[in-house]
Ligand binder design. Structure first.
Ligand SMILES: NC(=O)c1ccc[n+]([C@@H]2O[C@H](COP(=O)([O-])OP(=O)(O)OC[C@H]3O[C@@H](n4cnc5c(N)ncnc54)[C@H](OP(=O)(O)O)[C@@H]3O)[C@@H](O)[C@H]2O)c1
Length: 420
């Protein structure tokens, strides 16, 4: 059989990731070809800003530079489209309409339209770069750990939040000061809502848990609490108690197929490897019934690391093109859905929680009493500078919120789970 060796690529989006993807394909072309026997050739770059890009020696090497999406959609020569536009509209049109294989890094689009995309696409779509940048977690779940029953996946999936939490912890700084610094350095967006409210983290968790538990998870069923209300006093309390606070995304399944899936600030013991993951780095722990605990760590964002995952995905598609349909790895890593799973509400999950708030109308003892009356075990409590802090055992967020919301004038509530 005469096997195809050269694959023509179109890149949609010439921003941070698009530019680095072009560079990686051009600069590492030879090493890729030597390793894989496959030659990647960029034929077209589509992006609305293409006219504004000046003095770009990489772009000069590309045959077609266009602002017209049809130049990609209608070009029969193109084998693979790399979608790095971001956003929901044009990216979705491209993914749904293109009759080509797709690489995408668009976690927001995937998490919100997963079922539609997976069920309607006739050609392959791969998305390693959509979670944790360069860290090969999706391939690990789909391929390396395919013989394991995955029990849980949890990790730090948002570099901006981790940068903020690390800086607060290491430099004793307030949330607002660190957020501003992160924005100045380009780690945080001007509107940081998606990051600090945990939404970006939930998008990535939706993708990982769908693969881990062999069914498409509903983004709307993920419990999400971000770090917006964290104060330096929370960090100090945690550090003194021997914990580090991280924004953790977690999905776990029990023997009865009950799945809990949530994003919440979490206090990790110092011996948990994720407590050592600092600044913009990402890390994910996967617990498999055979392999046990596996920790994946690396650069979670940035054009250059993300381009590594994207180009690797393009190679996967090229290789797929060379093998028969039934040998291909399914989009989400499973050929048959696990229809037995039941998604449970995290609000009902009993855990140990840390809570901090201030109250101008009530004294510390009122809350101590209310928790005890509701059979919540208060493991530790402290009053400092008009802040009330409690560690509450074997309870759930619903119960805690109910109690404190009954009381007047509660402000700045911050809740973190304590991971056992
Ligand atoms: N940056 C990272 O570290 C990272 C990491 C992992 C995944 N991702 C994902 O990768 C994707 C791209 O991120 P990025 O950081 O490279 O974004 P970016 O810097 O904003 O680049 C996007 C590029 O696409 C263009 N574009 C956007 N919408 C378009 C449209 N409708 N039609 C034509 N051109 C359009 C933009 O033009 P304008 O400049 O005119 O807006 C820009 O050139 C996103 O889905 C993101 O979530 C990013």
């Amino acid at each position: 059989m005469n096997k195809k060796k050269e694959f023509k690529i179109a890149i949609a989006g010439y921003g941070h990731v698009g530019k680095d993807t072009v560079k990686t394909i051009i600069e590492n072309n030879e090493i890729i070809e030597k390793r894989t026997g496959i030659k990647l050739k960029i034929k077209t770059v589509f992006s609305r800003n293409i006219d504004k890009v000046k003095n770009d020696k990489y772009l000069d090497l590309i045959e077609i530079k266009t602002k017209d999406l049809n130049d990609i959609l209608n070009d029969k020569e193109i084998d693979i489209i790399i979608e790095v536009l971001g956003g929901m509209d044009t990216a979705k049109t491209l993914i749904m309409e293109a009759k080509k294989c797709i690489v995408t890094a668009n976690k927001a689009l995937l998490a919100n339209s997963f079922a539609e995309i997976v069920e309607n696409r006739k050609t392959d779509i791969v998305f390693e770069a959509s979670v944790a940048g360069a860290v090969p977690i999706i391939k690990a779940l789909k391929e390396s750990l395919v013989s394991d029953k995955i029990e849980s996946v949890y990790g730090i999936l948002n570099g901006t939040c981790n940068f903020i939490l690390t800086n607060m912890t290491k430099n004793n700084l307030d949330f607002g000061v660190v957020l501003k610094d992160a924005q100045d350095k380009g780690y945080a967006e001007a509107d940081p809502t998606f990051d600090i409210d945990g939404i970006d983290t939930a998008h990535k968790l939706c993708i990982l848990s769908s693969i881990a538990f062999s069914n498409i998870m509903d983004m709307n069923k993920i419990f999400i609490r971000g770090i917006r209300n964290i104060e330096l006093s929370d960090i100090i309390f945690a550090t003194e108690a021997g914990y580090t606070i991280k924004l953790i995304a977690e999905a776990s399944i029990d023997k009865n197929n009950n799945v809990f899936i949530f994003v919440i600030p979490t206090m990790l013991k110092e011996d948990n490897m994720l407590s050592k993951v600092d600044y913009a780095f990402n890390a994910i722990t996967v617990v498999g019934d055979r392999s046990g605990e596996n920790v994946f760590y690396g650069a979670g964002a940035g054009g250059r690391p993300t381009s590594s995952a994207i180009v690797s995905d393009a190679i996967t598609l090229a290789r797929n093109n060379l093998i028969t349909d039934n040998l291909r790895i399914p989009i989400l890593g499973f050929a048959q859905k696990n229809n037995d799973i039941k998604i449970k509400d995290f609000k009902e999950k009993n855990e140990t929680f840390y809570i901090r708030f201030s109250s101008s109308n009530n004294n510390f003892e009122t809350f101590n009493k209310s928790f005890l009356e509701n059979k919540i075990i208060v493991e530790e409590s402290e009053e400092k500078n008009n802040n009330f802090m409690f560690i509450l055992k074997e309870t759930n967020i619903n119960k805690i919120i109910e109690i404190i919301e009954k009381t007047e004038k509660i402000e700045n509530i911050f809740i973190a789970r304590i991971k056992s």
